[in-house]
Write a protein that binds this ligand. Structure first.
Ligand code: PRX
Length: 691
């Protein structure tokens, strides 16, 4: 149990970080921050000078031009419009040429199996990206075309993204844990011309036949009138050449590598010779040079789907110039990046964290990163700490859910590993509870490493509220202060800004370069979702408290979204998956506290006449949700609800369902319900134990 004084205490940065730090004190942070928000053009203009621009902006075009107020017309945001650049050129050619980093390792790839590893330098990465960009050209891919990428955490994923960026194609990466339905929905929404996937991969012990899922998605897409012509398949489990990694074994310890898991003969990878083509075959003949496409700063860079409260995923669109500046700058300052760092972010590239802080931010800085294919508990729960020692990781970025999971295995497993290379720790994705924060700080970081608790969203492109490692005194559980260029406010239900100590809706008052520009193909939904509730502000959808010292504390979502293990899900999306089952007539899904995942799904279902609620049916419903959305959305609880509590206008009162799920009989006002009699029955039907 965390004592209140421990939580209220300020945890100050350690003096040894200060001499080399980019921002060595709170006063320095405040000075830079003030400049970034008062003179954004000067601040970001200086950042932009670090990058290569094929063509500067015309002097009469504003550096930043925007409208955040829907009552005054269309919402738009433009940074450096008219300037021409290429993100891939800045991440690779600039680092190899101007910065002479061609021989520096860009990624140490660590496979699911210990001992399965590779590395790639900036020079090699540039050549491979050019080759694949030529492959895309040869398949007729042009600037503005959408390319779906459905790959596990392998180097080809980064190569494919950057090859798209090089030729001005828009990538849409779909997390490889998503189902065929989810992939199909994303393919259809962006109208992509080509899919890039892999044969199969292991997640821990579990084999995922990715090609089979991809094929199902392609069949569904064809059935809906959208047939794709090509599918490029990386031979991953089937690949022959894997480098042994003796030279980077931990501290000279020489252990016998276990046999690598490769594709067994009896696993069938479905293959259509008219449609499918191996990545490796295409690469072998492709040239290693490819002229980049010079894009406008406001051209599209990528689409990334995130859950929407309507149930349909939203295609968040980021553009070239602003996103590049923001991902690069936030990476540099938030992790206090130094050239000798070995940085490791454990997120999957299928999420925004992986886009900004595995691919774009680190490469823009010429950093060396670890790219990990596996999971924290395979082959045992010491895997993270052994990878940290193996590569001598200095900056480590993970999710609270992973920390809570590893806490369960006790301190000994952590302490068996040295971890002496670590300098900065980070978290992302959900509020971190003070117990987990203190464990991370004391046990993992040995009170030596500051923790950057970074609050941000797919939509924001990069960190919004975060400590800076050498500057910000930390409070466990608080994301502390705004990053450069970010002006937060807390507003009440009427949209009035609250000063000082306050709690309410978290909004942002002016654009930062990394803000999304639209929802792909649906600008109106973009305006409604983020700008309508409080005109003049970007609305995050999160609740927030500011304490007496000005620290921000995220209190959680205030819309119909929930955060399971750091992944946002919409209750509507899960309800629609449940309603897809023939036995279900109505469904209501609420968030429920979970010790590891933070939140989990508690589902109330009303069955159609003639169906009986049984354990088998509950299992079937769980399976249905898994298949429709993916394993991350698997419900923990399914409860039989003969009917659902509703208001006179027919709205389901989820507030009451949340209380029932938690067995909390303090229901408040229930006079608006048309059917209060159902409540007792729902309490009696509660799932005390998981079905
Ligand atoms: O509710 C907030 C929570 O995650 C949401 C954004 O989810 P997503 O777009 O999937 O991006 C996750 C990775 C950036 C936010 O609206 N969230 C994210 N980071 C934090 C957080 N909540 C509290 N503290 C954080 N550090």
């Amino acid at each position: 149990m965390v004592q209140p004084e421990e939580q209220a205490r300020l945890y100050r940065p350690r003096p040894e970080l200060l001499p080399a730090a980019h921002v060595p004190s709170l006063a320095d942070y405040r000075r830079l921050y003030r400049r970034s928000v008062e003179k954004p053009q000067e601040f970001w203009g200086d950042v932009a000078k670090e990058f290569y621009w094929k063509q500067q902006q015309q002097p009469w075009v504003p550096f930043l031009w925007y409208n955040f107020d829907a009552t005054k017309g269309r919402i738009f945001i433009e940074w450096m419009k008219g300037a021409k650049t290429n993100v891939c050129y800045n991440l690779l050619d600039r680092n190899v040429g101007e910065k002479k980093l061609g021989d520096k390792v860009a990624f140490y790839w660590e496979g699911n199996e210990p001992g399965d590893s590779m590395k790639i330098t900036y020079g090699e990465l540039l050549r491979k990206v050019c080759q694949f960009a030529n492959v895309l050209h040869n398949h007729g891919v042009k600037k503005g075309d959408r390319i779906s990428i459905y790959l596990p955490m392998i180097l080809e994923l980064v190569i494919a993204m950057l090859a798209c960026a090089r030729i001005g194609a828009i990538h849409s990466v779909v997390f490889a844990g998503f189902s065929a339905d989810s992939l199909c929905e994303r393919i259809l929404d962006c109208g992509c011309s080509l899919l890039i996937t892999a044969d199969a991969f292991y997640r821990g012990d579990k084999l995922v036949n990715l090609k089979q899922i991809a094929d199902e998605a392609l069949q569904k897409s064809k059935d809906k009138g959208f047939p794709l012509k090509k599918c490029i398949v990386v031979k991953h489990l089937g690949r022959e050449e894997i480098a042994a990694d003796e030279e980077i074994a931990a501290d000279g310890a020489c252990s016998q590598s276990p046999p690598l898991k490769r594709l067994c003969q009896d696993v069938q990878i479905p293959w259509d010779p008219h449609m499918d083509v191996w990545w490796q075959d295409l690469m072998s003949g492709a040239s290693t040079e490819c002229e980049p496409e010079w894009c406008d700063s406001e051209d599209e860079l990528f689409i990334l789907y995130t859950s929407g409260s309507t149930g349909k995923p939203k295609g968040v669109l980021h553009t070239v110039g602003g996103y590049m500046l923001y991902a690069a700058t936030s990476f540099k300052y938030v992790f206090d990046y130094q050239p000798e760092d070995i940085y490791w972010c454990t997120a999957d590239i299928g999420w925004i964290t992986g886009h900004s802080y595995i691919t774009y931010g680190p490469l823009a800085n010429g950093a060396t990163s670890v790219l990990f294919e596996g999971i924290p508990t395979y082959p045992d729960a010491g895997r993270m700490w052994s990878i940290i020692d193996k590569y001598k990781v200095t900056k480590f970025y993970t999710a609270p859910t992973a920390i809570r999971l590893l806490m369960k295995y006790g301190e000994e497993l952590v302490k068996k590993h040295s971890r002496k290379s670590l300098k900065v720790l980070g978290t992302v994705g959900e509020p971190i509870n003070p117990e987990a924060w203190l464990w991370y700080y004391r046990v993992v970081g040995e009170e030596r490493c500051p923790i950057v608790d970074t609050f941000w969203q797919t939509e924001t492109g990069g960190h919004m509220l975060t400590p800076l490692p050498a500057a910000t005194p930390m409070k466990p559980g608080s994301a502390t202060f705004p990053f450069f260029g970010v002006v937060p406010a807390i507003v009440n239900e009427s949209g009035e800004e609250l000063e000082g100590e306050a709690e309410g809706y978290l909004v942002f008052k002016q654009p930062w370069p990394g803000i999304m520009r639209t929802l792909y193909g649906n600008h109106q939904q973009f305006e409604t979702t983020y700008f309508k509730k409080f005109p003049g502000y970007y609305v995050t959808g999160d609740g927030c408290r500011r304490d007496k010292d000005g620290y921000y504390w995220i209190t959680g979502r205030i819309d119909d979204m929930l955060n399971v293990s750091g992944h946002l899900l919409s209750t509507a999306e899960v309800e629609s998956a449940l309603l897809g089952h023939a036995a279900v007539s109505e469904a209501a899904v609420v968030s429920h506290p979970h010790p590891l995942k933070g939140e989990c799904l508690y589902c109330f279902v009303t069955l159609k006449d003639g169906h009986e609620f049984t354990k088998d049916l509950a299992d079937e419903l769980k399976k249905q949700v898994r298949e429709k959305i993916g394993p991350i959305a698997t419900p923990d609880y399914i409860q039989n609800a003969p009917s659902l509590p509703k208001t006179r206008s027919g709205k389901i009162t989820r507030r009451i369902l949340r209380k029932i799920a938690q067995n909390d009989r303090d229901l408040g006002d229930i006079s608006t319900l048309v059917n209060p009699g159902i409540i007792n029955q729902l309490f009696n039907n509660r799932c005390d134990t998981k079905l």
